[in-house]
Ligand binder design. Structure first.
Ligand code: H79
Length: 608
């Protein structure tokens, strides 16, 4: 677990300048105070399990957010006229892709006047869609800050024709708060404008970037930070490393331990931040080892493009939302206001269509607080989500009169009742083959998706265990040889040691290993899926059977193994992890038809 003492010391050091924490990297000697405060042996960066923590509860439940791409690029509305009269087209990448000279881009930005930006109208649009959080681009790759930053003048107050007394982020924060909508902020690490965004002067850039992030957190108290531009790139070369990500994540969580952060804070890996960020796609499956949120455009661009009419229909967007939530994901759907700050009418219309569907007949229960339905398999006639003891089958292909819809059961449960939301038609449920046949008597209620609600009684779990965790034997070598340097009880296996941490203060940050042993007690009789997130090697035995093995030294890897277990029985468990060099991680998660993915909880683990 994170050493509290260190966290406190860190606060003090960071107040005097975060960059003092950067290890070596050609830097001159750091003051002793900062050096002492730097994370070191004994640091675990994983302070909770985002799958179950209170901190991330809103993010897991809310499911649906609004992305807003708005910046100096919006002023060009998708088109740049070269001096020779030729036209180059792009949206938020226009500065780079159209190779607009910096002074020319600055010149156009000076005319940016989003006088019609209406935070209340935007929040109303989000509300009408059923979106529960908003993520605004505070700074995109062009480096232009949408708030009055003190770090430079390349911002909406100091470099625009906009009202100097207005602050659109403050306006959006206030409007969102009034409606119970959370505000998140997007921030691009990659910066095409800052003269210090080069490998040699990167520390100078980082100092400004830290300054800007502190401004954002102090001034607007965002619930979420959405980083981007973390990848290796050219024009300009992007020096961002996973070490930079480790340092930044630490800094942010020190400013606000509850902050939810996406995985692009690091290098977009399963071990970075709190959640994964598939872009313009909805992945199959329910996510592995990490929460996730799919971001997508309503038309074909993030930033405003005046003639982009590739609008997705409200029905398609609603089904996308149903797909993400039924796979335990979130849907972050984008709008791109025009140069005056107005939201395109087709966006507002599509958002309202989604909200109309969600508000209709309580259909929103299929989305909010709903997720992957472990007890059944996804059918080909629609999607099913689960919320507690209710299954919501959103039907796309309504059956002909008297024809059944079949659901395959993955575990035993009984169906107590079934109804069609928004209809009083009878629904007959009968046991059939590997599950249930559901036969509605009437018609579909709407063409987007008609929801059949099934109330079920799942198998009863055994009582929560009173375990204390597993016995951990920690070695200061990566072969687990000799006698352990530390023997203790670890409540869970949930470790992000990254570069700078290790399992204990007397264990160095490289070349160590841990063997956890004891028993594990499942609460249901069914097939359990175990998932590890590890770096460098891992092996897991349950009941003497090797179910996970990845002994080729690797960076953060997700490995899986399944085993049928019986409720209330105690099975032997052994987990071995080794760290050679570089980063180190070790997490043990489980899921089953009746258990959603989570770090195996302490209550079900015993050291003997
Ligand atoms: O902010 C949005 C995008 O600008 C950003 N992330 C989302 C949330 C993004 N980064 N990378 N990409 C999107 C994908 C890269 C697309 C590219 Fe291209 C293809 C870059 C260059 C060629 C799209 C087409 C952008 C310019 C031309």
């Amino acid at each position: 677990m994170a050493t509290r003492g260190r966290a406190v010391a860190l606060t003090v050091a960071l107040a005097t300048g975060p960059l003092l924490l950067v290890p070596a990297e050609g830097a001159t000697a750091a003051p002793p105070a900062a050096a002492a405060a730097a994370p070191g042996p004994g640091t675990n960066y994983a302070t909770d399990d985002p799958f179950t923590s209170e901190r991330a509860a809103w993010f897991r439940d809310d499911r649906f957010g609004m992305f807003i791409h708005f910046g100096a690029y919006s002023n060009l509305e998708g088109e740049y006229k070269n001096p020779d009269g030729s036209v180059c087209r792009n949206a938020e990448w226009i500065m780079r892709e159209c190779r607009i000279p910096k002074d020319e881009y600055e010149k156009q930005a000076a005319t940016f006047n989003p006088q019609d930006f209406d935070a209340k109208a935007i929040v109303a649009a989000a509300k009408s869609a059923g979106q529960k959080y908003i993520v605004l681009t505070s700074k995109h790759h062009d480096g232009y800050a949408m708030w009055p930053t003190k770090q430079n003048s390349w911002n909406l107050r100091d470099h625009s024709s906009f009202d100097k007394n207005r602050d659109i982020i403050a306006e959006l924060k206030q409007a969102a708060e009034a409606e119970g909508i959370k505000l998140g902020l997007y921030y691009s690490i990659w910066d095409w404008h800052d003269p210090d965004f080069t490998s040699s002067s990167f520390p100078k850039y980082k100092e400004r970037m830290y300054g800007q992030l502190k401004e954002l957190i102090d001034n607007y108290d965002p619930a979420l930070m959405w980083f981007d531009g973390e990848w290796d790139a050219d024009r300009p070369t992007n020096p961002w490393t996973s070490r930079d990500g480790e340092e930044l994540q630490t800094y942010l969580h020190d400013l606000n331990p509850d902050l939810v952060i996406n995985n692009r804070v690091g290098k977009r890996r399963v071990t970075d931040g709190d959640y994964g960020t598939p872009e313009q796609e909805i992945p199959q499956g329910s996510g592995e080892g990490q929460l996730w949120e799919s971001c997508m455009t309503i038309n074909n661009n993030w930033g405003y493009v005046y003639d982009d009419n590739g609008w997705k229909s409200g029905a398609q967007l609603t089904r996308n939302l149903l797909h993400t939530s039924s796979r335990n994901g979130n849907y972050l759907l984008n709008i791109g206001p025009d140069k005056r700050g107005r939201v395109p009418a087709p966006s507002t219309a599509a958002l309202k269509e989604m909200g109309d569907w969600l508000r209709s007949s309580g259909q929103s229960a299929a989305v909010y607080k709903a997720g992957f339905p472990g007890v059944v398999s996804q059918p080909n006639w629609g999607v099913v989500s689960q919320s507690g003891n209710d299954l919501y089958a959103s039907v796309y292909q309504w059956p002909g009169a008297g024809k059944p819809l079949h659901l395959t059961a993955n575990t035993g449960f009984t169906v107590n009742g079934a109804s069609v939301l928004g209809s009083d038609q009878k629904v007959t449920v009968t046991k059939a083959g590997d599950g249930y046949d559901i036969t509605p008597a009437g018609d579909a209620t709407n063409p987007t998706a008609t929801v059949i609600k099934l109330s079920i009684t799942p198998a009863a779990p055994t009582a929560e265990g009173n375990g204390t965790g597993l016995k951990a034997e920690i070695f200061d070598n990566d072969q687990l040889t000799g006698s352990p340097k530390v023997t203790r009880t670890d409540p869970t296996i949930n470790y992000a040691w990254r570069f700078g941490g290790s399992p204990a203060e007397n264990i160095p940050t490289e070349h160590f290993g841990t063997r956890w042993t004891g028993t594990i007690e499942p609460r249901y009789s069914e097939k359990y899926q175990f998932t590890t997130v590890s770096d460098d090697t891992v092996r897991v035995w349950i009941d003497g059977k090797l179910i996970i093995e990845n002994m080729t030294p690797h960076d953060g890897a997700v490995d899986k193994g399944a085993i049928e277990l019986e409720a209330g029985k105690k099975y032997s468990i052994k987990v071995e992890h080794t760290e050679q060099t570089g980063e180190a991680f070790m997490k043990l998660l489980w899921s089953s038809p009746n258990t959603s993915q989570q770090i195996v909880p302490k209550s079900q683990l015993s050291p003997n």
